[in-house]
Design a protein around this ligand. Sequence first.
Ligand code: PEP
Length: 261
Amino acid sequence: MPHKKTPFIAGNWKMHMTLQETRSLLTALLAASPDLAGAEIVVLPPFTALAEAAALLLGTPIQIGAQSLFWEDKGAFTGEVSAPMLVDIGCRFVVIGHSERRQHFGETDAAVNKKILAALRNGLRPIVCVGETLAERDAGRTFERVESQVALGLSGLSPQGFREIVVAYEPIWAIGTGKTATPAQAEEVHYRIRLKLSEKYGNDLAACAIIIYGGSVKPASSYSLFKEKNIDGFLVGGASLAAEPFVQIAKEAIRAYKEEL
Ligand code: PEP
């Protein structure tokens, strides 16, 4: 049985934010730090803004991660960025297998697995995205799809490695569409993910796993989603591009969490 955990709220900036925009968004988030104190907050800027963001966030409670990486540590892989490079500039997290990478850049479950192992080998915490298309949901194949992404993507991890993982359930039909999954729709998939994790890694480790939801999360949906037993936080896209909605999402999750204590 999972216990409610400190809300884990990550902002995926996708391919947005110049250096100037990065500075002003982070300045606004830092000004709201007291409101964010009850949550674990991570921002995920594009590669070009990571060093600037890392410098601004040094010594603050806001953590930083990248949106992807390549699985080799170095070599002739033009255009790619490796885990040691991300660690070098102060990243603690990395998103792996986001549906946009699977869809536009052909990222497979086998690639996701290699990237997870590379991240762990270098001390980065992977935020691993899984989720079904609308066609798969309509065909009643949501659990099958998500469970196979979890099984293939997360195979071969040590118990220590597994402890570092954050799983993000992101139904593809809800990403950037304004259609949030209902709390019940999200919860039933989070429950199945936790069950699958417990088959692979045992009940105790699965109960501690952080499983977050992503897909058009807004301040108005944060509280009721976080109230669900197996939802430990959010991966936020569009609403993380301005401080106000992102902070509000965190505040609503913190409010729901405090009620459970
Ligand atoms: C995402 O980018 O992972 C995401 C969930 O985006 P949005 O919140 O805009 O749907």
